[in-house]
Ligand binder design. Sequence first.
Ligand code: ATP
Ligand code: MG
Ligand code: MG
Ligand code: MG
Length: 565
Amino acid sequence: MRLSQFHLSTTRETPADAEVASHQLMLRAGMIRKHAAGIYTWTPLGLRVLRRVESVVREEMERAGAVEMLMPSIQPRELWEETGRWEKFGGQLLKLRDRKDGEFCYGPTHEEVVTDFARNELRSYKQLPLSVFQIQTKFRDEIRPRFGVMRAREFLMKDAYSFHLDAECLARTYRVMYDAYTRIFERLGLRFRAVAADTGAIGGSASHEFHVLADSGEDAIAFSDGSDYAANVELAEAVAPSAPRGVPVESMRRVDTPTQRTCEDVAALMGIELGRTVKSIAVIGKQGFVLVLVRGDHSVNELKLAKLEGLADYRLASEAEIAEHLGSEPGFLGPVNTRLPVTVIADRSVAAMADFIVGANETGFHLAGVNWGRDLPEPGLVADVRNVIEGDPSPDGKGRLSIARGIEVGHVFQLGQTYAKAMGATVLDHNGKAQVMHMGCYGIGVSRIVAAAIEQNNDGAGISWPAPMAPWQVAVCVINPKGAPEVEEAAAALHARLEDAGISAVLDDRGLRPGPMLSDIELIGIPQRVVVSERGLAAGTYEYRERNEPESESIALETLEQRLG
Ligand code: ATP
Ligand code: MG
Ligand code: MG
Ligand code: MG
C-alpha cells in the first residue's frame, strides 16, 4: 500500500469533546469519524486495525470448534416476546416498524434469533454439541454513549452460542471458550484479567468477564493477592460529566448501615423483581438516593434502563452537589460516591452494577415518581451494600483484595436452559425423549478492543500498536521523493521486497517534509519504520527505528531485512 493512494487524515489538535486517550487518538489518527452520538464510520485506517482484531478472534473461535454464520441484525418482535425481553430489555433496544406496521428491533444481542435457529435446525442429540459464532454489527441505545467506540451505540461484536444436551457438556465447552478468550487477548498483546462476573444466583463459575486493565476503565475489578480470586465489582458510575474520573481508593469509606433491610424487602417495595437480572438494591441517604445494583450480563442493562426510564426524569448530580444536599462529607457517600466499587454481601454476587438516580425538586433530591413512605420506606436505609476497598480480606478467605480498573472486552456465560425453555428448543435424546437444550453464550467487543488496546499502548507521540493489531508492520518513509528519483526507487524496492516476504508494509510517498511525515507515522502507531534518504543511500544505510525505542539506527540493507517484520 502506498500512502499517496490511501486516505490518511491526521490532526495535531486534541479534539475538545474526547475525554479519554483512545478516543482522542482514534480521532487524531483519523481512524474513526462520528456521525451521531455513538455512531461512527471506520475509516480505511481504522478498518485495517478492526479487521486484524476480527481475524484473530475468528481464528481462535474456529480453533475452539465454533462455526461461523451470520444472523440478521433486524429481528422480529415476536421472537423477543417469546422470552419476554421485548419489554424487559428496556431502552437499549432500538425498535423499528416497517411499512406494514410489523415491529422489529435492531439486534443488541442474538439469543432469541440463535435459539429460534437451533429449535428449527436441531432435532437429535447426535447433532450436539454445536457452537456457532458471528461477527456482526450490534445496536444498543446506550443511555450515555461515550469514549468513542468504547461505549458506542453501533458496534461490532463477536457473539458465539453453544447448544448441549446436558449441563456437563455445556461446562466443558464453556471451558474451551474461556481458554480461547485467553488466547485471543494474549495474541493481541493485551494486559488483561479474567474475572468472575457472577457467583450469586447461578452459582459457581457460570460467568466470567475479560477485562483489559486500564485506568480509564469503567469497571472495577477486585482480586486477591493470596488466591485466584478475581471478580468484577461493577461500579457506581460517576454520572456527572464534570465529576473527576476515578476516586482515589484511600478516599473510600464504608457506608454505615443504621437500618438494614434485605434486598427482597426493598425490591418488593420498589416493585422490582430480584433474580437473574437485578441482584440487589440499595437506598441510601437522608433525602433518598436509590442505587439499583444489577448484575452485568446480557439481560441486565435492559432492566436497569427500564427502571431508570420508568422512574422518569432523574437528573445526574455531581459528588459535591450530592454531598451538599445530604449535609455530609463526600467520603461518607460510599457507593454513591463517584466511581466507587460496590459489592453485595449476604451471599450474593460480588458483581454488582450500580447506577444511581437522583432527581431534584424544591425539597432537594428525590426520586422522580417516588412517594416516600408510600412507595419506599423512609430514606436512610441501606440494604446489603458495602464498599470493597483495597486491603479488604478476600471473600474466599485467602489473602487481601486489590482493586484495579478494567475495560470489559469479553464475557462468557453459561445460560443453562432459560432461553431454550422459553422458546421450546428441544432435541430428542438417546431414548427418543424431547429434552430442552442447555446453552452458553460468549461475547467479545471487537470494536471496543481497538480502543482498549490504545488505552494500554500510547505515549506523547500517539498510538503504539501491539504488533498483531498494527495497520501495517512497517512504514517505509521516503524523504523528498520527487526531488530524488533514486531515493524513491530504493524505497519502492524495499517496500516491494517486504510485501513479497509477506510483511505488511506501507510506503509513505506522500512527499511530506520529514517532520510531519514521521510524526504521522508515530501517531498512527506503526511498530517499525525505515527512513530512506539521499544521504543514507550515499552511505549505503537506512534509518531504522522501532516505535517504542527512543533512537533510530543507521543500518545496512541486509541487517535491516533481518530486523523487519
Ligand atoms: P457493558 O457492561 O460495558 O455495558 P455489557 O456487559 O452490556 O457491556 P455484553 O452484553 O456482555 O456487554 O456484550 C459482550 C461484549 O460486547 C462486552 O463484553 C463488550 O466488550 C461489548 N460491548 C457491549 N456494549 C458495548 C458498547 N456499547 N460499545 C462497544 N462495545 C460494547
Ligand atoms: Mg458488563
Ligand atoms: Mg457483559
Ligand atoms: Mg451494557
